[in-house]
Design a protein around this ligand. Sequence first.
Ligand SMILES: [Zn+2]
Length: 358
Amino acid sequence: MSKESIGRWIFTQDGLMEGHLVVEGDEVVEICHGKAPEGSSKAIVLPAFVNAHTHIGDSFAYPAPKGTVEEIVAPPNGYKHRMLRTASRSRKIEGMRSAISTMAETGTSAFIDFREEGAGGIQMAMESADGLLVSPTLLGRPVHADASYEALDDFVAQCDGFGMSSIRDWPRDLLERASKAAKSRGKLFGLHASEILREDVDAVLDLKPDFLVHMTAASDDDLVAVAEARVPIVVCPRSNEFFGIDPRIPRLLRAGVEVALGTDNGMICRPDMLEELRAAFRLSASSGGTTPSETIRLATCSGRKVLNAVREITTEIEQTDDLVVLEMQGEDPLTEVVSAAGSARVSAVSRGGRFRRI
Ligand SMILES: [Zn+2]
């Protein structure tokens, strides 16, 4: 079988370098560094994207009406929760499957979902992901605020951990039990925090979260405390923009926080990480800016660091890694990725060395 050279550039956690893939049939047989041979496609190879925060469960309700965070997503009676209560199981699964298919086609290899609706919600998400080439990390939440430790332990045994809404939504003792149950089984405990209202950062960090989502209303001191506790923050620029919030990513990076990117609610944004990258780059300009390389790291290397708490994903590139190939037009691929490259530029994805053209 003949070998083909793909790409001219490779993005690693150390930045951009010249290099290409050697593909034979549907297999990546080598990753070469240095100048690509004549005829190699004009493309950049990146670690596949990790979408570090989704709620795929409400994808069926896309597009959401305009409103405040409270009106649209807050439990128990925001628009999202009313829709989840009334939609059929099959409609929800169809929406989730469509969302995961979008991820597969747009270069995402893994996602971390906060699933509502208790054990039934987790079950629906598992069914939705079945057979699609994206690895789900499913974080659920209990249906009852007075769930016992035994019930929480039982629940977390069936998924990858807990993905809780804000600490204001839950009794303190429930959050403490959930965190303990997740830790004792080596599962994740993730929390939304300080999205529109600043919350007590000590009360949040005392719960030993593996990562936080948003922190858009946090003070600079809060961010330093989070950085010192080595807790990554997942930001969702398009969701923030929908609600009129500035994610201020440069401020988080300056505080020393590990920042990953997520697309948040399926009813607000399609789970397309290239769109999220472009939004992150564009919105950061008003608060000091991020470089293209820093921005791409948010969607690749940093997302992997969030996931490393439960599974080993390397941030180096090897031929068996999950990769995405983007076709380029100019000679500055990093700028092109964060400012111009839409999902139509995704020409191939590779999972575990298995190369698939799109
Ligand atoms: Zn969320």
